[in-house]
Design a protein around this ligand. Structure first.
Ligand SMILES: C[S@@+](CC[C@H](N)C(=O)[O-])C[C@H]1O[C@@H](n2cnc3c(N)ncnc32)[C@H](O)[C@@H]1O
Length: 258
């Protein structure tokens, strides 16, 4: 398909994909944090079925696969990410247990009650924390687990600049006690909750993102949409440096009890 036939929307998705596809992960996190979250999950066997929703290129999925038994389906709505995901699975010789598919987290291709574990790092916000928790629960077996990371406020009050930024970007951001109450309210037993350390943002996200940005800007030199998109990425890093006392990412691990 030539560029002229693509809608602006398609083109922007391609830009997003191009920007992030050279990175191991597309959001804050780290292998250590993935393994810490996994350490609270005790129901997995070789027969287990696991879904990683909004898997991106699969940085966290491959870590999971190397440390947990069972079959993992990674699901993402960007085909470019899913291609890289499947290439990464083959390179790690995990292709028999790990498969990426294109799909949307608001219309999951699983049977009710078939999953032992739903994983989703930095992605549930795309459907909304509460909606995702509520809608995804039915796909879990009773006794199955959900492990998701989500942005949280660390304090009840915060400076207007960062408050306004988040109200615009994702107004469902909330404090951790409120989020645990939402986990409980959606029919899960909260099992563990922990805040991601700062290196998940810096070492594992912003630093690789700066390198990705250089490659991206030289590829799209003179493209105004690409330049705007890239500038937004720099804002994200600057705001985090200034306001990291007030927000961050939290991992929530919970169990479907009935
Ligand atoms: C911030 S990235 C996180 C990727 C990966 N989980 C990680 O931690 O590196 C969010 C991901 O959600 C995907 N996504 C956004 N909306 C989606 C939807 N409706 N269904 C499935 N995936 C979606 C994006 O393509 C992207 O890969």
């Amino acid at each position: 398909m030539s560029n002229e036939n693509k809608t602006i929307h398609d083109f922007e998705l391609n830009l997003i994909c191009d920007f992030f596809s050279t990175m191991k992960r597309q959001g804050p996190g780290s292998p250590e944090v993935t393994l810490k979250a996994l350490s609270f999950i005790d129901n997995l066997t070789d027969k287990s079925l696991i879904a990683d929703l909004g898997c991106g290129t699969g940085g966290q999925t491959m870590v999971l696969a190397e440390h947990a038994p069972g079959k993992i389906t990674g699901l993402d709505f960007l085909p470019g990410f899913v291609d890289i995901f499947n290439r990464n699975a083959r390179q790690a010789a995990l292709q028999d247990r790990v498969k990426g598919i294109v799909g949307s987290m608001d219309n999951l291709p699983f049977q009710e009650g078939e999953l032992d574990l739903i994983w989703s790092e930095g992605a549930i916000y795309n459907i909304g924390f509460e909606r995702g928790l509520n809608e995804w629960r039915k796909y879990l077996k009773p006794g199955g687990y959900i492990a998701v990371s989500e942005s949280s406020w660390f304090t009840d009050e915060r400076p207007a600049e960062i408050n306004d930024y988040w109200m615009d970007a994702y107004p469902e951001i909330d404090t951790i006690p409120n989020q645990v109450a939402k986990v409980h309210g959606a029919g899960y037993l909260p099992v563990a909750t922990f805040v991601l350390p700062e290196n998940c943002w810096t070492e594992h996200y912003f630093i690789p993102k700066r390198a990705a940005q250089e490659v991206f800007l030289s590829k799209y030199a003179g493209n105004k949409i690409a330049e705007e998109f890239s500038a937004l990425q720099a804002d994200e890093e600057e705001l985090y440096g200034k306001y990291k006392r007030f927000y961050g990412y939290t991992f929530f691990i919970a169990k479907r009890v009935d």
